[in-house]
Design a protein around this ligand. Structure first.
Ligand code: CDP
Length: 233
């Protein structure tokens, strides 16, 4: 049976390795990988830089009208970097100052409508892997493969701490833990598209899996879904 291009939606809590898996899948399958969290982070960076009062919906709509987001492939690092109005902002969007505000910004209805509309357009041709919080529930409810990732909270904190420590040796484990707990709480309890597992998403707990092991498992799922398409009603 021939295989065809599908949409892979990966959702889950903060720092459970969604982006790592999604990036590797994209590379292996020749699919476009989109980090939807980078879009919310870039919007947050714009709001912070321009002192936008994001509690005011009019100010939010005005600001959004001036935001252009895009992805460019960074050959050297083999990843897609996000551009905010033509500037590669990848070096700034993972700073703690952005992480502290991003979940509040991502909870705003107008912000989500803006980001989700772009994300849906990106999936028109299939052959895409996107990770985030609402990809299987809102952005691509008909995705052929949906994965809900989770990992032990302590494992997640240590992974993110090591990542951040590389560029910011001042960072503490407590700061990282507090930020992950806060974001998970806001993301799961917000009114607009809260983070939750879609009924048809496969649960992947990677607390005790290496990157290679998780990739191998998921590639089997992809093979299955790409050769045995589900009948959509
Ligand atoms: O890398 P990490 O899992 O820590 O977060 P991220 O994917 O960079 O996303 C940052 C934040 O953006 C999340 O905590 C959510 O508040 C928001 N987000 C969202 O609301 N919906 C998405 N599809 C992706 C991210």
């Amino acid at each position: 049976m021939s295989s065809h291009k599908i949409i892979i939606a990966i959702d889950g809590y903060s720092s459970c390795g969604k982006s790592t898996l999604a990036k590797e899948l994209g590379k292996k399958l020749g699919y476009n990988y989109i980090d939807s969290g980078a879009m919310y982070r870039a919007i947050t960076l714009y709001f912070l830089r321009n002192h936008i009062d994001y509690t005011n919906p009019v100010a939010v709509l005005d600001a959004i009208a001036n935001i252009n987001l895009g992805f460019v492939f960074n050959e050297q690092l083999e990843r897609s970097d996000i551009e905010l109005n033509g500037e590669d902002v990848e070096p700034y969007i993972r700073d703690m100052i952005v992480s502290e505000k991003v979940s509040e910004v991502a909870a705003i209805r107008e912000v989500r409508a803006f980001a989700v509309a772009q994300q849906k357009r990106m999936g028109r041709k299939k052959g895409i892997v996107m990770d985030g919080r609402d990809i299987g529930t809102t952005v691509f409810p008909d995705a052929e493969l949906k994965i809900f990732m989770t990992a032990d909270p302590d494992v997640r904190v240590m992974r993110r701490f090591q990542e951040m420590y590389a560029t910011n040796p001042q960072i503490t484990i407590d700061e990282v833990r507090h930020n992950l707990e806060l974001r998970d709480y806001i993301d799961s309890t917000r009114e607009e598209s809260p983070l939750h597992r879609a009924d048809d998403a496969i649960l992947l707990d990677n607390s005790n899996l290496t990157k290679e092991e998780q990739l191998e498992i998921v590639l089997e799922w992809v093979k299955d879904r790409a050769t045995n398409p589900r009948v959509t009603q």
